[in-house]
Design a protein around this ligand. Structure first.
Ligand code: PLP
Length: 400
């Protein structure tokens, strides 16, 4: 039976064990390692202070810890430096920041290109921007395996394209997108490139310089960090193109009643008190992640994922959407409503997600009303899958 050597590092799993609960909804949010809980407790127990404002000792300590997290995030993403990293309340806010901050870059009739599988967070900000500026929102179609159709993309990305916003790893289909090819097409036409790394960053492909995008967004809570924190990486020249969006304390260099002058990134895009504890906690989660053997992590996740796919394939009424490559599988069962199945699984202590997974247009595109998603994390193990399949079989015996 596949064992996870990291399970004991996550205290919530022991709590779940006492409730006979298993957690397979990790693409929505992940449990937290003890190392991160310790960092949060140490910050709060040691005495808090606001960052970047006061000169007293506690403020210097909080600011130092906060800024050190920026350095850790930059290293983890292989960004050129901490000034390329802006903290936001989440990936959604990061993408909204871009859609407002870049608004002035667009002229009516120009194009923003997305794909058919985008999470609402990487669709609606661009859809609304397109409406505000009279732009065309171009949607790249998918092949049946869930990968963007590159032949179609070659025809659709053109001289009118000003921005490509694409998800790295689909939260529904579990498919890596061909970013090198897509980003090259966009660059060829001088378009900005935005990668939604909310899922991809969790599974080891978090080198932003290797990806080569202008902007990369992610959420802390999915990479085992606290919620309420997101990261927006940007190339230095790309940040310089962004106009300030939200205004308030500490993002301003000088202000008068009628005029003001603002800091560049990162501080200029972090108006108001940031999520200080959350940012410090994220730094601790990344330390924890980076202290693990990446090959062991990849092998564990791949073995577990293969077992999930094999188990689903062995059940003839189950149909998996797309051809998932990493971490998750989203499926429908012939003659069974996804909500009924999720309810029965939940009653047996199995936490999965059911519905349209914040990607309603994708479900329309696939002609499916909704589906059940099982998503894995480093702490899941073979016993979790045994419990899941047992509960699935019991549920299907009732429902079919
Ligand atoms: N993009 C993708 C692919 C996601 O899966 C999610 C969350 O599920 C998001 C963006 C939005 O993340 P958040 O809700 O943390 O802002």
């Amino acid at each position: 039976m596949l064992h996870s050597p990291w399970r004991a590092d996550f205290p919530a799993l022991a709590a779940f064990d006492t409730e006979h609960q298993i957690y397979l909804d990790n693409a929505a949010t992940a449990q937290k390692p003890q190392a991160m809980l310790d960092a949060l407790a140490a910050y709060y127990h040691g005495g808090v202070a606001n960052v970047h404002r006061a000169g007293h000792g506690p403020a210097a300590r909080a600011t130092g810890a906060f800024e050190f997290s920026r350095v850790k995030v930059a290293r983890w993403l292989n960004a050129p430096g901490p000034a390329n990293i802006v903290f936001t309340p989440g990936a959604t806010s990061a993408l909204n920041l871009l859609a407002y901050g870049l608004e002035h870059e667009f002229k009516p009739g120009e194009q923003i290109v997305i794909s058919a599988l985008e999470h609402h967070a990487n669709l609606l900000p661009w859809q609304r921007l397109a409406e505000r500026r009279g732009l065309q929102l171009v949607v790249l179609p998918l092949l049946t395996n869930g990968v963007v159709d590159l032949d179609a993309a070659r025809l659709l990305i053109g001289p009118g394209t000003r921005l490509l916003a694409i998800s790295q790893l689909s939260n529904v289909l579990g498919v890596w997108q061909p970013l090198p090819e897509l980003l090259a097409m966009a660059r060829q036409h001088g378009a900005l490139t935005v990668v939604d790394g909310a899922q991809g960053a969790v599974h080891g492909r978090n080198d932003v310089q290797a990806i080569g995008c202008d902007f990369y967004a992610l959420s802390s809570h999915k990479v085992y960090g606290p919620d309420g924190v997101g990261v927006l990486y940007g190339k230095t020249d790309a940040w310089a193109r962004l106009r300030h969006w939200q205004f308030g304390g500490e993002m301003v260099r000088a202000a008068d009643y009628h005029t003001a002058d603002f800091h560049p990134a990162p501080l200029g895009f972090e108006a108001g008190t940031p999520p200080i504890a959350g940012v410090i906690g994220l730094g601790a989660s990344l330390d924890y992640l980076q202290s693990q053997d990446p090959n062991a992590l990849n092998t564990h996740e791949a073995t577990l994922h293969a077992a999930l796919l094999n188990g689903l394939a062995a059940r003839p009424t189950v149909r998996v959407l797309g051809q998932p490559q990493t971490a998750l599988a989203t499926f429908v069962v012939k003659g069974v409503h996804h909500a009924d199945l999720a309810t029965l699984l939940s009653e047996q202590g199995v936490a999965v997600r059911a519905g349209q997974h914040c990607a309603m247009p994708l479900f329309k595109h696939l002609g499916v009303a909704g589906a059940v998603r099982v998503s894995l994390a480093m702490y899941n193990d073979g016993a979790d899958l045994v419990r899941f399949f047992d509960a699935l079989d019991q549920s299907l015996a009732v429902l079919t």
